[in-house]
Design a protein around this ligand. Structure first.
Ligand code: DGL
Length: 259
């Protein structure tokens, strides 16, 4: 039985994890919500790096066979360092620029992410990889992360918050929006409500699970979602993580404190 670890600054990584139990049979999953340190996007890089390495150590003790950094910000800051320290496969997130470029008819795309992701060397290199004549605009949406973490906003309030940010986008005919933060799929309804119909929203979370399966040579099982084989840990409040996981995914879980 494979053991697979996932971590994020908080609940965002659940948007990736949610695809795992329905596709991967016979595995033990571990998820860490590093909620005491969320949001990572507004923290100094040194802290995000330190947390990522500490969490990597935690997963090593759990003897995982693979680690998913289910966080674009931690990937941008710490993926290289984490990879260099672990001898297991490390699957990481990155804004889905390539599919965005492939799909855009207007040759204009928008990347929604945290500042730490967008200003990283890794993101710059990713953009440089594609010799593309089109335009890419970046939009920093930190408030969205906090809103997903807290769950305090009504649908109308979330729509207002999302609109405030999307109104700042200067390219008006972009037809492709990339979710470059794992918290944002939990605002997809609101984003769809605000953007014009026909605009494509790219959420790479399923592709990440598919990549994990390719690396571990796991065949898809199309299971019913069974969350009993997922262990949840958090550096924050366990009851809050339990409550929000139920609200976001309808999963009834028990979370343990991270030592
Ligand atoms: N979910 C994260 C990401 O994908 C982190 C957001 C944050 O903590 O600021 O970037």
């Amino acid at each position: 039985m494979k053991k697979i670890g996932f971590f994020d600054s908080g609940l965002g990584g659940l948007s990736v994890l949610r695809h795992a139990p329905t596709r991967i049979n016979d595995a033990q999953f571990f998820y860490v919500a590093d909620s005491a340190y969320a949001p990572y996007g507004e923290k100094p890089e040194s802290l995000v790096l330190e947390r990522s390495l500490q969490l990597a150590d935690f997963f090593l003790k759990k003897e995982v066979d693979a680690l998913v950094i289910a966080c674009n910000t931690a990937t941008a800051v710490a993926a290289e360092e984490v990879r260099s320290r672990l001898s297991i496969p490390v699957v990481a997130m990155e804004p889905a620029i390539k599919p965005g470029i492939l799909h855009s008819q207007t040759q204009k795309i928008v990347v929604l992410a945290t500042k730490a992701t967008l200003k990283s060397e890794r993101y710059k290199n990713l953009k440089d990889l594609h010799d593309w004549d089109g335009k890419i605009e970046e939009c920093i949406c930190h408030e969205w992360v906090t809103a997903v973490e807290s769950g305090n906003l009504s649908f109308e309030e979330s729509c207002k918050m999302v609109k405030k940010q999307l109104d700042k986008v200067k390219i008006k005919d972009a037809d492709t929006y990339i979710l470059g933060c794992t918290h944002f799929p939990f605002l997809e309804k609101e984003i769809k409500q605000i953007l014009n119909k026909g605009i494509r929203i790219i959420d790479p979370s399923l592709a990440v699970i598919e990549q994990l399966m390719r690396i571990l040579r796991i065949e898809s099982d199309n299971n019913l979602s069974d969350v009993s084989n997922i262990e949840f840990y958090t550096s924050g409040s366990t009851s809050e993580v339990e409550k929000r996981t139920f609200q976001l995914l309808n999963w009834q879980i028990k979370a343990k404190p991270l030592d």
